[in-house]
Design a protein. Structure first.
Length: 114
């Protein structure tokens, strides 16, 4: 149902689109691709896991963080492989200076690889 909604919305977007945080699973990515909306670029920004533990927004979940990260790593493997196989994924490390990260994003979005 979710994939149908997303593909319907993408059908209405003549200029292109950006999806943030979706799809999160291969099961969601495949219908988007099958409906002709395979992304030209998938940007994954990976955070330093030590820095995640210092994030003040996660204070209440600090004791759950190790398990959350284990689950995230397990769930990300299939979707990452799906987009790697499509030669669409680009991994960025935010540990670099913010200006460098912004420049990398601008380059990817402004000049997508063929």
């Amino acid at each position: 149902m979710q994939a149908e909604f997303v593909t319907d919305m993408l059908n209405r977007s003549p200029e292109g689109w950006v999806l943030y945080g979706y799809p999160r699973t291969r099961r969601h990515a495949e219908p988007v691709d099958e409906h002709g909306h395979a992304p030209g670029i998938v940007i994954e920004i990976t955070l330093d896991e030590d820095a995640i533990g210092q994030d003040q927004r996660l204070t209440e979940k600090r004791d759950q963080l190790p398990q959350i990260l284990v689950e995230h790593r397990r769930r990300i493997v299939p979707i990452r492989a799906f987009y790697r196989d499509a030669n669409a994924i680009h991994l960025l490390q935010p540990s670099r200076p913010l200006k460098r990260l912004a420049a990398d994003l601008k380059t990817l979005v402004g000049n997508p690889p063929e």
